[in-house]
Design a binder for this molecule. Structure first.
Ligand code: ASP
Length: 440
């Protein structure tokens, strides 16, 4: 083999996996931009195939992983009082982080007013191609909020497992795990069984990670190629507000949150979960990223007891990036269509964004479906609603990548804070990236 090839391969093998994924994202962006101008069906199909192989592989382990993680987590906490304390703290922390995201999104959108003068542009972009998704989204959100919550209680858990409905699955597994914890030692065979399931699924996650760099490359390239760069220019104000909001949440709110509630350094935590953050960006799915989020946290200092409980629940309930987007998007449309934003309406938007985001699933595009919950009460005409919605769909994927990055990072932020509070963190390991074990 030629010397330069040997050097390249040696370099490639020597670089840590998170750099491979990072290069995958960067290369994906460039290839995507190139493909936008030079469409090539064969390459597009290959990229979609490679990306889907990666996503399906990680989705394959999500349900066994979530079930086993929660069962082991809750039965290892054991005593009810401690469980209640963890649970309350978790809900409180997730609530704080999502509320702050909504406040930031709302403040930026009200201040910068990205929607002013955008009505004409929105109407022009009501592509017929997205009408079907819009109709489905509206239909799904037609029931009231109570019905939405009713749907979280699985009347047939097996049905929820088969359909992959995460919230009802989590509800069932939580109840089952608490019951197991209460029955004492007879739970041993089942808990041991799930300990084996957990270990095996983590092993599979390690293997899948060999495929992360090409997978994330392919996903990013096909996402970028499908919307191209020109659309960015015309909606730069809306996108700008979103990106600034995301950046504030990531680089100001999370570090402050960690400083306020724990001794964890945000820089250390971000390097510990770097692979999960990049896969979140590439896949736009916090559910699919969950196996990796758990692997990163557990292998780099956050105890299994905390990770296995807080992270699966976060990936199901905590969507602060989504809440931020929903707030900005709804205010954007209101401004575009001249809806008067009274203080009451603004509060309503904020509260509904917290609810709508937490009822969404950790899959691509889910946040844009649940946004209908907020839009329905805005007093927009059906035509405006459809046009507005269709507009949001046109730049859906790129915003999804960013909001999923936040959704996954904030799960880890909350897990780290709770682990710190409960003395369940190994700081020698977390603060020493050189000692991090590779995922895979
Ligand atoms: N894709 C996001 C996630 O998986 C949810 C959303 O669509 O906002 O976290």
């Amino acid at each position: 083999m030629k010397l330069h090839m040997q050097i390249l391969i040696a370099l490639g093998l020597g670089i840590k996996r998170n750099w491979h994924i990072f290069f995958g994202i960067i290369a994906g962006i460039f290839v995507g931009i190139y493909l936008h101008g030079h469409s090539n069906a064969l390459i597009a199909n290959i990229l979609t195939f490679v990306g889907q192989v990666f996503i399906r592989l990680i989705q394959m382990v999500v349900i066994p992983l979530v079930v086993s993680a929660i069962i082991i987590g809750i039965t290892s906490i054991g005593d009810n009082k401690q469980l209640g304390k963890f649970g309350t703290k978790m809900v409180l922390y997730y609530g704080i982080i999502t509320s702050v995201a909504v406040l930031i999104g709302g403040a930026l959108a009200l201040l910068i007013k990205p929607g002013l003068g955008a009505a004409q542009y929105i109407t022009e972009h009501t592509a017929t191609a997205v009408q079907a998704s819009v109709a489905t989204a509206m239909e799904q959100q037609q029931g009231n909020v109570l019905n939405l919550f009713l749907g979280f209680i699985p009347s047939n858990p097996l049905h929820s497992f088969a359909a992959g409905d995460m919230v009802p699955i989590i509800v069932f597994v939580l109840i089952f795990a608490v019951a197991l914890a209460r029955v004492g030692d007879v739970n041993r065979p089942i808990v041991s069984f799930f300990e084996s399931v957990f270990a095996a699924t983590m092993k599979i996650t390690d293997w899948i990670m060999f495929f992360a760099a090409p997978g994330v490359f392919a996903l990013t390239a096909s996402a970028v190629s499908s919307f191209g760069v020109d659309i960015f220019m015309s909606i730069s104000k809306y996108l700008g507000v979103l990106l600034v909001g995301f950046a504030i949440q990531m680089f100001v709110v999370y570090p402050l949150f960690l400083r306020f509630f724990s001794k964890v350094s945000a820089a250390m935590l971000f390097s510990a979960i770097a692979e999960a953050m990049m896969v979140a960006f590439g896949t736009a799915s916090s559910s699919a990223t969950l196996p990796l989020t758990i692997a990163c946290c557990e292998k780099r200092g956050i105890s299994h007891k905390i990770s296995s409980f807080v992270l699966p629940l976060g990936a199901t309930l905590n969507f602060d990036g989504t809440a931020l987007l929903q707030t900005v998007a709804v205010i954007f449309l209101a401004q575009a269509y001249g809806v008067v934003l009274t203080p009451f309406l603004i509060i309503q938007i904020g509260l509904l964004a917290i609810i709508a985001s937490s009822t969404c699933a950790g899959i691509p595009g889910a946040g844009l479906i649940t946004i209908a919950l907020i839009l329905n009460g805005m007093g927009l005409s059906p035509e405006q609603l459809v046009a507005g919605f269709a507009f949001l769909f046109t730049i859906e994927r790129i915003t999804d990548m960013f909001r999923t990055l936040l959704n996954v990072t904030s799960d880890a932020v909350v897990a780290a804070a709770i682990a710190d509070n409960e003395n369940e963190i190994n700081y020698d390991l977390l603060n020493n990236p050189a000692a991090y074990e590779e995922i895979a």
